[in-house]
Design a protein around this ligand. Structure first.
Ligand code: GLC
Ligand code: CA
Length: 560
């Protein structure tokens, strides 16, 4: 079947704020992205996803939008954006915007109107409720950023009512039940699409619909905000009945009219409920980011990794498509989270990339991954920026936790791990800015930076180039059937991708240890040709291979 462009794409996620600063104000900008387009082209990227670059007070680094139809002045202008779009398109690179439909900034004109009076025409653009008889919040929901004392409701003096904010109090949830809000959102989306953008990454998309009557969560209050009686229940506003009708309506009114891609961020979605969103016959969204691998705070085992992949890949048999990624701007760094960012940083970064780029689905690269950037461990909370880490830290302290303990618990999973500036070279501030960066640079930059990686015989960037080349040159990477081998092995991830013309075999060692395995009988007589390895020092032939080095990754082909 003819594939859609986004099924063949290699997507690169740009956190503009930390990518490349060109005017010395310490904040990355569109000019910086334009300067680096040739590098992305060389990497083999065919699509960019921009984290939000709209006008924003930057409470949540742009997820708090105050004007959907303008670029934040720190990043540039709308003219510059158009220039970037043209340049990217001319190079064969599409551009996808991050679209935040669940909430706006409290500085958005809609909200400024909405809070003025109960009969303001914009009142119903947001979710307002009267206090309970005792003056308390309408329900026990806690906000996801642990702000204030934890409630998801903020009291507003002007009208004596509370508004709902599942995230920051500076980010009120909008009300999708209200037709004029829906029409305004559609208009705004069409405006971007008419300008030429190629699609949207849809922020928190399965949270647009709220449960009827906004009932209390039944989850028991847990520390730290539990001490105030609130419950951070991330499930209660997700996948609520009615969400699919809503998405189909948006699709019918807007998305279906363009040659575009949509990828939805869907926390709290398991493979069970996923087809409802991504089955192409349903006309909702093209694919989702699920967090059954990436966001789960416990370290998953290799067997769990395989089991999860298998479940999602199985969905593809039902006219659905999936995404492949391990981390993003909301998580720790890929190599620190799943690999080994010490002794095996280089081979493990390559091995993880091999999985992302050869498993079925569209691969997403998060900026810096292609040079093996690692987590940062700041010594004090003052160096952290992101709302969740800071909010949770403050609440933990209030609940009686010691500062070192609180920081210790938060550092490994902090979203700031992914948000430190791109490490371009070994000069001051890693060559990201000539001024003072908005967030500290990772102190490992003299060792880990783009320039150094490119000069190395063992370059991670070069390996990524080979992976994106594989996608171009071997149709089985996109089209091939998928089958795990040695499924129960706790360290080896091995699979076949088979299409009419060829079969690919991918073998990886997902561990710090050398592993001995008996090679599957069915593969032995065949003449496999190695097309990629992250361990040039191993024999290129499968013949007699029994041992796999720590984090080894290899791809072989067999032509028919
Ligand atoms: C999504 C974004 C995250 C943001 C949140 C609120 O989860 O990826 O960065 O804080 O939505 O918009
Ligand atoms: Ca700048």
């Amino acid at each position: 079947m003819q594939k859609k462009w986004w099924q063949e794409a290699v997507v690169y996620q740009i956190y503009c704020k930390s990518f490349k600063d060109t005017n010395g104000d310490g904040v990355g900008d569109l000019a910086g992205v334009m300067e680096k387009l040739p590098m992305l082209k060389e990497l083999g990227v065919t699509c960019i996803w921009f984290n939000p670059i709209y006008k924003s007070p930057q409470v949540d680094n742009g997820y708090d939008i105050s004007d959907y139809q303008d670029i934040d002045p720190a990043y540039g202008t709308i003219e510059q954006f158009k220039e970037l779009l043209d340049k990217a398109h001319a190079m064969g690179i599409r551009v996808v915007m991050d679209l935040v439909l669940n909430h706006t900034s409290d500085e958005h004109p809609w909200f400024k109107e909405s809070r003025k009076s109960k009969d303001n025409p914009y009142r119903n653009y947001y979710v307002w409720r009267a206090p309970k008889e005792n003056g308390k919040e309408p329900n026990n929901w806690g906000n996801y950023f642990y702000e204030g004392r934890g409630s998801a409701w903020q009291f507003d003096e002007a009208t004596g009512e509370y508004y709902l904010h599942n995230y920051s109090w500076k980010m009120p949830d909008v009300n999708w039940e209200y037709e004029p809000l829906r029409q305004d959102m559609y208009k705004m989306m069409r405006w971007w699409l008419d300008l030429g953008v190629d699609g949207f990454r849809l922020d928190a998309i399965n949270r647009l619909k709220k449960p009827e009557g906004l009932p209390d969560s039944k989850m028991p209050p847990a520390p730290p905000v539990g001490i105030y009686g609130y419950v951070v229940d991330r499930a209660i506003c997700t996948n609520v009945p009615g969400i699919h009708e809503l998405l189909r309506e948006i699709n019918k009114n807007v998305w279906s009219k363009y040659d575009m891609m949509t990828v939805g961020e869907t926390g709290n979605l398991s493979s069970d409920g996923a087809l409802d969103y991504i089955c192409q016959d349903h006309n909702e969204i093209d694919m989702v980011f699920h967090f059954e691998i990436g966001k789960n705070p416990k370290i998953i085992t290799v067997n769990e990794y395989k089991e999860t992949q298998q479940r999602w890949i199985d969905l593809m048999k039902h006219n659905a498509w999936i995404s492949q990624f391990l981390t993003n701007h909301d998580s720790p760094r890929q190599v620190s989270r799943f690999g080994n960012d010490g002794e095996y940083r280089v081979p493990s970064a390559k091995m993880l990339a091999t999985l992302v780029h050869t498993m079925p689905g569209t691969p997403f690269i998060y900026q810096g991954e292609e040079i093996g950037m690692t987590n940062v461990y700041f010594d004090t909370i003052d160096d952290y920026n992101e709302r969740y880490t800071v909010g949770k830290y403050n609440t933990m302290i209030e609940a009686g936790e010691k500062p070192e303990v609180a920081l210790g618990k938060l550092r490994a999973m902090s979203r700031d791990n992914a948000r430190t500036p791109y490490q371009w070279d070994g000069t001051d501030n890693a060559g990201f800015t000539s001024g003072k960066p908005w967030i500290k640079v990772n102190p490992r930059y003299p060792e880990i930076n783009y320039e150094r990686d490119r000069a190395s015989a063992d370059s991670i960037f070069d390996y990524y180039k080979k992976l994106t080349g594989l996608r171009r040159e071997h149709p089985a990477v996109i089209d091939g059937d998928f089958r795990f081998l040695l499924y129960d092995d706790p360290k080896i991830v091995m699979f076949l991708r088979k299409c009419a013309r060829e079969t690919l075999l991918v073998v990886t060692n997902f561990s710090d240890d050398p592993v001995k395995v008996a090679f599957p009988e069915e593969l032995r007589a065949n003449k496999w040709k190695r097309v990629l390895t992250n361990r040039e020092d191993t024999a290129p032939s499968l013949e007699g291979r029994e041992e796999w080095l720590p984090w080894e990754a290899e791809v072989y082909t067999l032509s028919c």
